[in-house]
Design a protein around this ligand. Structure first.
Ligand SMILES: [Fe+2]
Ligand SMILES: [Fe+2]
Length: 196
């Protein structure tokens, strides 16, 4: 069995960022010992260099392999230019035992909407083919949604090229797609009674 932990939208630097909640999440993830932890973007609130450094320091507490992609907030201001200075990559394929995770960059410089683009789409299709030939479980990770999230109001968060990406993912047979972006926090009671 493969175990993947998924967290998203840390928004380090935001006025309502709560360090204790992130540290507790990291503690629970480390206890679970997942095969990989995926962080689907908005690591920071403003894309400031110091926020990137701070987010990287938090994520360095994760004990197992972890993978991240940028979100729209990470591309704010000059974040689009400096993200790779701290996090080294914006997209990538991560191959583990029986598992391939393909991280996509859906951010656009200083814009909130998301787009994968034709060249990245072709790269994703090739990576899915390679993962299939290895017989791996294939996971796609990206910040923006490909399909709308129920009960979250007027849709304005899906990728600009959602239809094309959805078609590729279905035709290539990805097993799982995980994303962040739309915030749907649990009710307060859930925070008071952590299960781990
Ligand atoms: Fe976010
Ligand atoms: Fe976002």
């Amino acid at each position: 069995m493969v175990l993947i932990a998924h967290i998203s939208d840390l928004h380090v630097g935001a006025p309502n960022f709560k360090e204790d909640i992130l540290l507790e999440a990291i503690r629970q993830i480390n206890k679970l010992k997942p095969d990989a932890t995926v962080i689907t973007g908005d690591l920071t609130d403003n894309g400031y260099y110091l926020e990137f450094l701070q987010a990287a320091e938090y994520l360095s507490d994760l004990k197992g392999p972890h993978i991240f992609v940028p979100g729209n907030h990470d591309a704010r201001h000059v974040g689009n230019e400096t993200f790779e200075d701290v996090f080294r990559y914006r997209r990538g394929t991560f191959v583990m035992d029986g598992l391939t995770i393909i991280g996509l960059d859906s951010s656009e410089p200083d814009l909130d909407y998301g787009k994968i683009g034709r060249s990245q789409q072709i790269w994703m299709e090739d990576e899915l083919d390679r993962a299939s030939s290895r017989g791996h479980i294939r996971v796609i990770a990206l910040h923006h949604h490909i399909i709308p999230v129920p009960k979250t109001g007027r849709e304005r968060n899906v990728l600009a090229d959602a239809g094309d990406i959805l078609q590729s993912i279905i035709s290539k047979g990805a097993d799982l797609v995980i994303s962040g972006h739309k915030h749907v926090p649990p009710r307060l009671e859930a925070w008071r009674t952590p299960s781990l």
